[in-house]
Design a protein around this ligand. Structure first.
Ligand code: XIL
Length: 371
């Protein structure tokens, strides 16, 4: 009897304590402030979405996404390798699901991407004739942009066409179609999707030389009488090294051309890296130092990450008349592509939510700007 009462009291006390502490330790999705609501009057807040999220495999994740974001970009499923696997075969299943997801949850979709040198269908490698490349290029843009007209809000028409020095990347498109292929892509997209916003998207295009190349592209498209609505700065940056001055200068210079400015794939990586940017073809070899935070992020790095995000959002707010969208490349740290690139199997912490969708100090700092 004595023993039983003891067990009863300790477990009741434990339960009471848990009820008191738990809400603070792990806030439920509904008690976490909403990013999209906080910045509603300033700019859109987006995320990329993967297959599991689009398929709504976990209702809690769906609820979390719908509460935090009002814009989304498919992480992979609208890339040509997935959408257009064979010369005359398209697979629209997942992309259609994404459109339905957006409609259901009031999330605007940014199509990503019509023309990119990476994640191309394998059959492209076998094509040697410029005519066939042109046929692929034209049919792909017309078919895809046409199908999603009125269904997606915008398109990254061309992705990553520039080298770091501002010259054009020697992609299969440049090699076979010549310098005008970018303008041509926008012309075709405009014809197929007259009501959809059309963007050029790249990484490191806040850096002066690459920015100059990007400005040339925008001017050239406009000079041809073709429409371009915005420019995307991907924003794959590194903790403690975010190039704030270049970012601000880029917002001003791009906006002066009359295009919207967006941050389209934001993440701030915390792991060692020996190069800057986001060239998916570039890889690093692992060594003993390359994955230091498997058991958690040291507080100093956590605070630096929070300060970087705070300063970035301060800058975005300062230029909210020019910045129309900020999209994170992932919902939480566990989703991030940076756990697998440029080295596979690392534990990275580049986003505002941890692996359990709990807000990190960076989230608190960003939200506090609106309080
Ligand atoms: C990445 C995806 O996140 C990965 O899942 C995929 O394996 C490779 O591509 N720039 C872009 C994005 O425009 O499409 C890339 O996404 C990241 C760099």
């Amino acid at each position: 009897m004595q023993l039983n009462r003891h067990v009863f009291t300790t477990s009741t006390a434990a339960l009471l304590l848990a009820t008191l502490i738990l809400p603070f330790k792990s806030a439920s999705a509904q008690t976490i402030p909403s990013l999209k609501d906080a910045f509603r009057k300033d700019f859109g807040i987006g995320t990329c979405l993967n297959n599991a999220q689009i398929d709504e495999r976990d209702p809690k994740t769906t609820e979390f996404i719908a509460r935090q974001f009002n814009m989304a970009t498919p992480e992979n499923i609208m890339k040509s390798a997935l959408l257009h696997p064979k010369w005359d075969t398209y697979n629209f299943e997942m992309a259609d699901k994404l459109v339905a997801f957006g409609k259901k949850h009031n999330i605007k979709i940014n199509g990503h991407t019509l023309v990119w040198h990476s994640q191309l269908p394998p059959f492209i490698r076998g094509i040697k004739s410029p005519d066939s490349i042109r046929t692929f290029f034209t049919d792909h843009i017309k078919t895809v942009a046409g199908r999603y007209e009125g269904k997606v809000f915008s398109w990254d028409v061309v992705n990553e066409a520039l080298n770091e020095d501002g010259s054009l990347r020697k992609s299969v498109f440049l090699q076979h179609l010549g310098d005008d292929y970018i303008t041509e892509a926008f012309r075709l997209a405009q014809q197929a999707a007259p009501k959809t916003e059309l963007y050029y998207n790249d990484y490191n295009n806040e850096q002066p030389k690459k920015r100059a190349g990007c400005i040339d592209i925008i001017k050239k498209i406009k000079a041809a009488g073709v429409r371009i609505d915005g420019v995307g700065i991907q924003g794959h940056w590194h903790v403690g090294k975010v190039p704030f001055a270049d970012i601000e200068e880029s917002i001003l210079q791009y906006a002066a051309l009359g295009v919207k400015v967006m941050f389209t794939e934001l993440d701030i990586e915390v792991l060692p890296r020996n190069f800057q940017g986001a060239d998916v073809g570039q890889r690093m070899t692992a060594n003993e130092q390359s994955n230091p935070y498997v058991n958690g992020l040291p507080d100093a790095v956590q605070q630096q990450l929070a300060a970087d995000y705070e300063n970035l959002f301060k800058l975005f707010l300062k230029h909210k008349d020019k910045v129309t969208r900020v999209t994170f490349w992932g919902v939480n740290d566990g989703d991030s592509w940076l756990n697998g690139w440029p080295i596979r199997g690392r534990t990275n912490y580049p986003l505002l939510f941890d692996r359990n969708n709990q807000p990190k100090p960076a989230f608190e700092k960003v939200i506090a700007l609106k309080k």
